[in-house]
Structure formats: structure tokens, C-alpha cells
Ligand binder design. Structure first.
Ligand SMILES: Nc1ncnc2c1ncn2[C@@H]1O[C@H](COP(=O)(O)OP(=O)(O)OP(=O)(O)O)[C@@H](O)[C@H]1O
Length: 254
């Protein structure tokens, strides 16, 4: 299947290539656009270049060729319009949960009462009501991931980039966090690019899923399942057919 860029995109990756040092390109001529408020997932085998593409979309790396645009403006460095969630929650052990959530703000200025209220609201939305004064070591892995999601959203970024954020969690906790994420992103109209190894996670979350192999996007599927999404969806025929199609695309990719 050929990959046609959409004519409009809030996140627009245009013929982007990137190689580390003198090595061959790890991301190779990738075109991808994500409309405002859409959730796109990227799947692919280990080492195919997913994280590198995500770093290009975050402005953490600059493409050797091509360009990344956010809302029409060329991306030259990470900015407040972009939130990032990594695979490990990377919380500060010595700071309370609320101070961890407020970190992106306190790196720039003193948090105000309204920032604290926003952080407490986010904690409520990720089922951590009453945990604000706890410390990361007192939380389970799933709770730490919830704090990391709240922290990424505290500045209300227009774009949220996630790199296998729930990979280390058990299946039930992962499903709960997927629901939390969908709820939060729908609330703020956040545009999302989510990297995962998990085909069912990709289909459950996404409007569109791309398969990456050897630095290129080889296949894309549109997920036309209704929103808001509910757990029962995972047992339906349409859901399973999409998972099968994605699996086949991954098997066929070089
Ligand atoms: N800083 C770096 N310097 C040199 N090579 C790198 C660097 N970071 C990544 N690579 C190489 O780039 C390739 C793609 O890495 P990347 O992390 O983008 O893959 P990935 O698809 O996210 O993998 P995974 O699913 O295992 O996280 C790999 O071969 C990796 O060894």
C-alpha cells in the first residue's frame, strides 16, 4: 500500500530522514500527517526506528532531510506545545506526586494556585485522587505511569507523544490506563502520536495506525471504530479483523 500524506495535518512530517552520525538513515523519507485532535499509533519491530521518529516529532532530533511542522510552523526544538511520556515514568523520587506533576511548570516559574488545582484535577482524572502528597516509591508501577501521563498533560500541550508508556504494566492496568488516556485526550482535543509494540493497544487507541519497518512506513490502516471506546469493543469482530490486518502487515514488512 502506498502511503499518501494527508493534505492537512496539525503534526506534519514531510519527507523526514535521520541517521545517527555516518550510519545509514534510521528514519527514511517518512511522510505522515496527524489531523488536530486525532490519535495515531506507530507499530513496528524492535529497532525499526519508532523512537527516532518520535524524537523527530518532538524536536529532540532535527531531520537531516525533510521537515516537521506543528500547526504549520517548522519545529526546531522541543517546546511547550509538546508533551512527552517515556516508557519508564522517570519521576523524581524526592518530590511528592503533585510536585512531580507540576515539574514542567516549576522548571519555568513558580506554580500558582490555579496550576495546583489543574494538577489535582488531572490526578483525579487518572484515578489518583488522594495521592498528591505521596512519594513515587510509595506507588505501584501503574500509579507511577499515571503520574507521568498527568505530568505530560499539566501544561495542556496541543500534542502528546508517547513511547511505549504502558509496556511494563500488566494487561489489566494497561487497559485502564488506555481508557484514562483516551478520556484525557478527548477532554482537551489533544493530538497524539503513540508508539507501541502491542497491536491491540494500537487498534483500541487509534484513528489510524502505521506499520514501520527499516525506517519507512509500509502500511497504514484507518480505525473506524466508534468513540468513546469501551472495553467490550476488544471482543468484537471489527476490532479483531483490524488486529489481524495489522499483524499481517507487520509480517509482510521487510
Ligand atoms: N543514539 C544512537 N546512536 C546510534 N544509533 C542509535 C542511537 N539511538 C538508536 N540507534 C539505532 O537506531 C535504530 C533504531 O532505534 P530506535 O530506538 O529508533 O528503534 P525502535 O523502533 O524505537 O526500537 P524499540 O522498539 O526496541 O524501542 C537501532 O538500530 C538503534 O541501534
Amino acid at each position: 500500500m502506498s502511503i499518501e500524506p494527508h493534505s492537512e495535518g496539525f503534526v506534519a512530517i514531510d519527507k523526514a530522514s535521520y541517521g545517527y552520525g555516518d550510519w545509514p538513515a534510521i528514519v527514511d523519507q517518512v511522510d505522515w500527517t496527524i489531523p488536530r485532535g486525532a490519535i495515531h499509533c506507530l507499530v513496528g519491530r524492535s529497532g525499526c526506528g519508532k523512537t527516532t521518529l518520535l524524537k523527530l516529532a518532538a524536536g529532540l532530533l532535527l531531520p537531516d532531510e525533510g521537515i516537521v511542522r506543528i500547526d504549520g510552523a517548522a519545529l526546531r526544538e522541543p517546546g511547550p506545545q509538546i508533551g512527552f511520556v517515556f516508557q519508564a515514568p522517570t519521576l523524581l523520587d524526592w518530590a511528592s506526586v503533585i510536585d512531580n506533576v507540576l515539574l514542567p511548570i516549576s522548571l519555568k516559574r513558580r506554580p500558582r494556585a490555579t496550576d495546583r488545582e489543574a494538577a489535582l484535577d488531572l490526578l483525579k482524572l487518572v484515578s489518583l485522587d488522594g495521592y498528591a502528597q505521596r512519594y513515587p516509591s510509595e506507588l505501584s508501577g501503574g500509579q507511577q505511569s499515571r503520574v507521568a501521563v498527568a505530568r505530560a498533560l499539566v501544561t495542556q500541550p496541543a500534542v502528546l507523544l508517547l513511547d511505549e508508556p504502558f509496556a511494563a504494566l500488566d494487561a489489566l492496568t494497561r487497559e485502564e490506563l488506555q481508557d484514562d488516556l483516551l478520556r484525557l485526550c478527548a477532554l482537551h482535543g489533544t493530538t497524539v502520536l503513540f508508539v507501541t509494540h502491542d497491536i491491540t493497544e494500537a487498534v483500541y487507541l487509534a484513528d489510524r495506525v502505521a506499520v514501520m519497518a527499516a525506517g519507512r512506513l509500509h502500511h497504514q490502516i484507518t480505525v473506524e471504530l466508534p468513540r468513546p471506546r469501551h472495553r467490550e469493543l476488544r471482543y468484537g469482530q471489527a476490532f479483531n479483523a483490524l488486529c489481524r490486518e495489522l499483524r499481517q502487515a507487520m509480517d509482510l514488512a521487510p
